[in-house]
Design a protein around this ligand. Sequence first.
Ligand SMILES: C[S@@+](CC[C@H](N)C(=O)[O-])C[C@H]1O[C@@H](n2cnc3c(N)ncnc32)[C@H](O)[C@@H]1O
Length: 430
Amino acid sequence: MAPLADLVTPMAVRVAATLRLADLIAGGVSRVEDLASRSGTDRDALGRLLRHLAGHGVFAEPSPGEFALTDVSSLLRSDHPAGMRTAFALDEFGGRMDLAFTELLHTIRTGMPAWEAAFGTPYWDWLAAHPDMAASFDASMASSTRTTAAGAIDWSGVRHLVDVGGGTGSLVAEVLRSNPDMRATLLDLPGTVARGRAFLAEQGLADRCEFAGQSFFDPLPAGGDVYLLCAVLHDWPDEQATTILRRCAEAARADAEEHGAPTDQRGTDTEEHGAATHQHGADTEERDAATHQHGTPTDHHPADTEEHGAATHQHGTPSDQRSAGAEERGAPTDQRGAATDRRAAAAGAGGSATRAGGAGGRVVIVESHGTAGDDPATFAEMDLRMLVLAGGRERTVEDYSALAARAGLTTAAVHPAGSGLVVIDCRVAR
Ligand SMILES: C[S@@+](CC[C@H](N)C(=O)[O-])C[C@H]1O[C@@H](n2cnc3c(N)ncnc32)[C@H](O)[C@@H]1O
């Protein structure tokens, strides 16, 4: 049990990462007094830290007061491709994020995110108020999985992508580079979009972009053929996630109508959805089930303003809201079965990439961990992390499809995208 419960060694590793001790030792500094003076620390205290870590194989102490790297501490070098130094350093986002777990008891007692109890303000507000940490967060988001996500969607026929909660634009850059005729709108909070504008200008892509520094709880700009939500919905509880999807659906619907092809488009959609129902069995039943679970869409809409208000106090997860989510997840035994069928059929019918968009009406969700069954331990850990940080949650494909249905969207295709990602391609229902 001790290795599972101990906080001493993990914190010691994180302090070593923060002080860049592995870099100093790799650079030839080995005596504790030199390490202390180079890292601005207390010689005696640093010696005790290193000795503790040497006892766990993280460093070696070949002679008293002299320290060397081991295979383990080599992982903490800044130039190591695993990026662990940044992930653990207390002055980087990754290390800071994990400190929220010191308030885990608060989360478990109240169901509320620990972040606010640990750091005084809700997660996104805190990031907005700490630009250095926000930049570190952006960098941690702009990983190679965004390249995978960009390559997993069929962009043919898409002229304009709106990347909703698109961070600093790493996915937009990837898509625009591979699709020279496309344009994109990067939509995120104002500070993030400002950093994204600079990044996309550096990439020589800013002239093909529009920038929307706004909340995705407010009405979204029309004009997109695809509204993309990559790694956004898992940050939010069900009610707020549904509101974000509804905002996308409203904008996507407006765009489909603006392109003057609603009848054809809807015809195609209807046909496609009809086909989906036909092909995959219980799709309609599933949507009905989802409607039944959450009240009719009409019932639900008046609550939008209230919901939106709740979203302003985003991190409070009202208990009734959570119980609605629980109800949602508790209900659909056959729904999950139906969705699994649909997924298999969609993969068979749609091939490895989702079909092109045409004139609007399309909302694409990209998330990790589309099935809890693939790696239940990672799913459960990420689920707890999302709750502790911002009140979010990990969801299965079936959960996302149910949320999409609440927002007036129909799931047209689902396919895995590599790197544990799943693409859920939705259309406005009418
Ligand atoms: C987990 S990150 C994902 C970023 C990007 N889509 C990606 O895949 O790398 C979630 C994004 O949501 C943005 N976000 C959070 N609250 C927002 C809000 N109310 N309106 C718009 N964007 C928001 C954050 O700034 C962040 O960039």
